[in-house]
Design a protein around this ligand. Structure first.
Ligand code: SAH
Ligand code: SF4
Ligand code: F3S
Length: 462
């Protein structure tokens, strides 16, 4: 019997990355094999993102390329998944008749059956329900064969994994498509999360990142699906952190309005919780924050930052910023620049505002001129780059535990607890996932350079 091949191209956030892994696993279980080249595969899946206009355009232009490939290879099946699929549904098939399957964000577990059903006619499955429960899907990762080697269908980063704890979002920030593309906020069952974390660690995973659009509100919105007992995110963190063999724990993302004292305390009390926090601020102006429906003020944000630093002085903070939100004046933007000076983020993602279909701000009438948006973005990014360098320079001379990600012929690449990439121009006997003590001798804007610290025995820490 012919063995079918598949290939998945992922756009967007870590949730999409995790969903792509799940789809790959589901197809592998049905006997499909992964193809390295998108254009050679029998089944091509584009897992799309619609957070900004640019993200959507990228997926659309790849679909254009695939139209030509399919002319050459008519047997190829093209499937569009993710947030664009959820939003566009039928319309996508009308615009792109070469698409065989449009599959929504709550339908990925039906992927294999849906593919079967796409004989001849295209199919759309974008059903979304407020009562959706994230299935108790436990990835059947095989054990580490020998130290550091994992025979997995996903060779990328097997020692560190994403674990989805929530779906959707109830916050309705006025610019954002997520509540429409991912549905209502739903917390996954506590016991399913813990079970999956155990499976991962047993398979050799040493770092886990818990995923949700607003992890701080874990367990709050649907006590029924969290076993009725109202677990909090901090409890979840403590329970995952207690798993023997797990070395590092991270999470993303958090809305500052829901950042509790209890969670901040975790940074002081949970040893393996990495001192790194992505806390999207979006704007430094209260007027803009209010129009964005973010439900916090600049003052509250700054207070939370100060508190976080009091619990964990070495915490590395990163953020997201939108410039040119409708109605943003020069004075509003200056407030964002001031906030940047005040907080001195270790890194940030900054974007020009773009209208997204179905969002409230798309109908706001005081849009900012493209040219002004571009100028503001480049000013913000220029200053952030300088601050990155200044902040990174503070690591020079320090000896830090670095988790190795890649070992090549004569060098290694790894990551600090603060999530900084470190290039090491030498090599010792070790594997991805091992932690090595490294003394930093040079700082760049986006990465550090270090040498193995042999004074701490072999350089390997536990
Ligand atoms: N849940 C996270 C955000 C996820 S979306 C939070 O609450 O902060 C990732 C980032 O994309 C957002 O933080 C925002 O900075 C950016 N973004 C979302 N919609 C946007 C839009 N319409 N235009 C420009 N940037 C946008
Ligand atoms: Fe979007 Fe706001 Fe929800 Fe984040 S909190 S996903 S920005 S609606
Ligand atoms: Fe994009 Fe959807 Fe994630 S819009 S950022 S893929 S939740």
């Amino acid at each position: 019997m012919k063995q079918f091949s598949f290939s998945i191209k992922t756009f967007g956030c870590q949730m999409n990355e995790r969903d792509s892994e799940i789809m790959a696993q589901l197809l592998a279980e049905k006997g499909y094999v992964e193809s390295m080249e998108l254009e050679d595969a029998d089944v091509v899946i584009l897992n799309t993102c619609s957070i900004r206009a640019k993200a959507e355009q990228k997926a659309m232009s790849l679909l254009g390329v695939l139209r030509k490939v399919k002319k050459r290879r008519p047997g190829m099946k093209i499937c569009v998944a993710g947030c664009v699929a959820q939003q566009e549904g039928e319309e996508l098939c009308e615009r792109m008749p070469h698409v065989d399957l449009v599959i929504g964000t709550q339908n990925i577990y039906e992927l294999a059956d849906l593919l079967e059903a796409t004989r001849g006619a295209s199919k759309v499955a974008i059903g979304m329900s407020d009562a959706y429960e994230i299935p108790a899907f436990i990835p059947t990762l095989p054990k580490l064969i020998s130290h550091g080697e994992l025979q997995s269908p996903f060779p990328a980063r097997p020692f560190r994994k994403f674990l989805t704890i929530m779906q959707g979002c109830n916050n309705y920030c006025t610019y954002c498509v997520v509540p429409y593309t991912r549905g209502r906020e739903i917390s996954r069952k506590f016991k399913d999360i813990i079970e999956e974390a155990h499976v991962l660690v047993d398979a050799g995973v040493r770092e886990i990142t818990l995923l949700g659009q607003n992890v701080n509100s874990y367990g709050r919105t649907n006590p029924v699906t969290t076993d009725g007992s109202g677990y909090s995110f901090s409890q979840l963190l403590r329970e995952v952190a207690a798993i023997q063999g797990l070395k590092r724990l991270r999470f993303t993302t958090s809305n500052p309005k829901d950042l509790s004292l209890e969670l901040m305390r975790c940074f002081n009390e949970i040893e393996i919780l990495c001192p790194q926090f992505h806390l999207p601020v979006q704007s430094g102006s209260n007027a803009v924050l209010s129009k964005m429906n973010r439900k916090y003020t600049r003052e509250l944000y700054l207070q939370r930052v100060a508190e976080l630093r009091s619990f964990r002085p070495d915490i590395a903070l990163s953020t997201d910023v939108i410039v040119g939100f409708p109605g943003e004046t020069d004075a509003d933007f200056e407030e964002t620049m001031e906030l940047l000076e005040h907080v001195r983020f270790h890194s940030s993602f900054s974007f020009k505002y773009s209208d997204r279909p179905g969002t409230r701000s798309a109908d706001f009438d005081d849009k900012v001129d493209e040219q002004v948006k571009s100028e503001r973005l480049s000013r913000f990014q220029k200053r952030q780059d300088e601050i990155c360098l200044e902040q990174n320079s503070l690591y020079v001379g320090k000896c830090l535990p670095v988790m190795i990600e890649k070992v090549t012929q004569d060098n290694m690449v790894g990551r600090t607890e603060t999530n900084h990439i470190v290039h090491i121009e030498e090599k010792i006997e070790c594997f991805p996932g091992d932690i090595v003590n490294v003394t930093i001798y040079h700082a760049g804007q986006h990465s550090l350079n270090g040498r193995i610290d042999f004074t701490s025995t072999t350089g390997l820490s536990s």
